[in-house]
Design a protein around this ligand. Structure first.
Ligand code: TYD
Ligand code: MG
Length: 453
């Protein structure tokens, strides 16, 4: 066994035989750390059964069996449950609630009599016990293990043979095979690799928690994205109680699926109706606020779009600020409003916000932006029962968007009876729209503004 020292960029994993101040591959400064690599250890490959080529037509596709764990909303994010043998990376900032989420999932799964192994390399059993009491963990074969050595964790898992394995966290577990300290890129990779192999070998789903930094890079875990099967991101603002669980990658299901949770004194509660949740603080009868029906993942969602137009102090360079909305799309919509409806934004600062901290990048939100901006300019609130969706084109046309009917249904179910939408979508939905819905199909931004004001 020959051990050799290499320098590895902790940001992107680039390797160098000597220390470098700046990574030539990702441009990060001061990111190289010396790590000792055991060449033979890295080369050892587990004996998977050798594969044979098969003719395409002979492959019998069977749907992946899925195990339902935790809340239904959580399963929906995974695409209808977790696939046995898959490795799920759950990333999020410290304190956001990753351990809480995983302990709840473990609690619910163990409550059905299944053996769960929850390994914590961060907290003592006492600490986990305290959290578990808040989450009212009951009887059931939920096994806790406070351990940092990867090899011992795998050995315990082999002995217990759980039906679900949770490892908290990838940055604090370390493999004795490598000399580098926990949290370095090579350690993090080794941990993920071995857990991955355990999951595949025993056909159990495994959840691996990873901390991410404020900049959003899964420091270390970024380099794991290609190893694991599923990458979930748990996000939220510390000063808001809601947490959004998103999918960044899923080998077995749709990405951009999403679930919303609320952090309460008794743990995370899934929010069955995110639209109502995100709209609940919407000011009534205020100008500059519009409701847009967007699609997040596979579900329709109503979001409030707010606009504020105020005369600028810097006429040469007015502000164009967007929060949660695509800045370039917003600028384009403004340009269309100037050109087609004769508004002048030259001397105005403009702020656009998708309320509630959601990211709304869909072009279908354009019409909501139009309404919010025009409502603010005219200082006239929109009708309280109005929701809108539609893409704005450069000639001021309102273009149809996909999944119109689910959007209309979501709007009507939340009391937004009047839906402003692209003409083509209106014709397509007319027959199946829920009773009582008033569909206002429009072809241009001019028609849209006229129809509303
Ligand atoms: P935690 O799961 O420890 O976060 P992470 O593992 O992502 O670092 O959650 C930490 C926060 O959640 C902490 O500030 C306390 C809060 N919390 C509640 O509000 N209610 C609860 O029932 C629990 C268990 C935690
Ligand atoms: Mg934690």
């Amino acid at each position: 066994m020959k051990a050799k020292a290499v320098f590895i960029c902790q940001n992107c994993g680039a390797r160098s035989p000597k220390w470098l101040g700046r990574c030539p591959s990702c441009g990060e400064w001061n990111s190289f750390v010396e790590e000792v690599e055991d060449e033979t250890a890295a080369a050892v490959e587990e004996a998977f059964p050798p594969a044979e080529p098969i003719v395409f037509a002979d492959i019998e596709a069977s749907p992946e069996p899925r195990v339902r764990v935790g809340a239904e909303e959580f399963n929906a994010v995974l695409g209808g449950g977790v696939v046995p043998g898959s490795l799920v990376l759950l990333g999020g900032e410290p304190g956001i609630g990753k351990s809480t989420l995983c302990l709840q999932v473990s609690r619910d799964f163990a409550a059905s009599g299944e053996i769960v192994l929850y390994v914590s390399a961060e907290e003592s059993l006492d600490q986990i016990k305290l959290r578990g009491d808040r989450l009212s963990v009951g009887a059931g074969p939920l096994h806790l293990l406070a351990e940092t050595s990867l090899e011992r964790i795998i050995a315990q898992a082999e002995k217990l043979r759980p039906r679900v394995l949770v490892v908290d966290s990838v940055q604090t577990v370390y493999s004795g095979k490598l000399a580098s300290s926990p949290g370095t890129i090579s350690q993090v990779r080794e941990v993920a690799n071995q857990i991955f192999r355990f999951a595949k070998r025993r056909n159990v789903p495994a959840f691996l928690i990873g901390h991410i930094t404020k900049e959003g890079s899964l420091a270390g875990p970024k380099s794991l994205e290609h190893i694991v099967d599923v990458v979930l991101l748990f996000e939220g603002e510390r000063d808001h109680n809601h947490r959004v669980l998103r999918v960044l990658k899923n080998r077995f299901g749709p990405v951009s699926e999403l679930a919303v949770f609320e952090m309460t004194a008794g743990g995370l509660e899934a929010i069955a109706n995110p639209s109502a949740f995100f709209l609940k603080e919407r000011p009534a009868g205020e100008a500059g606020s519009a409701v847009a029906a967007v699609i997040k993942g596979t579900r329709p969602l109503l979001v409030e779009i707010q606009a504020l137009v105020s005369s600028t102090l810097f006429a040469a360079n007015p502000r164009r600020m967007t929060v949660g909305l695509d800045r370039y799309r917003a600028s384009m919509v403004l340009a269309v409003l100037e050109k087609k409806l004769g508004y002048v934004f030259a001397g105005e600062d403009l702020y656009l916000n998708a309320a509630g901290g959601l990211e709304v990048e869909e072009p279908a939100a354009d019409l909501g932006v139009v309404l919010a901006v025009v409502s603010c300019l005219k200082n006239r609130p929109l009708p309280p029962d109005l929701a809108a969706f539609g893409e704005v084109g450069l000639s001021g046309e309102i273009r149809s968007v996909g999944q119109a009917l689910p959007r209309v249904k979501e709007a009507v179910s939340l009391g937004f009876q009047t839906v402003l939408l692209p003409r083509a979508n209106a014709l397509g939905c007319e027959r199946d729209a829920p009773a009582g819905a008033r569909l206002a199909g429009v072809r241009t931004v001019g028609e849209a503004v006229e129809a509303v004001f």
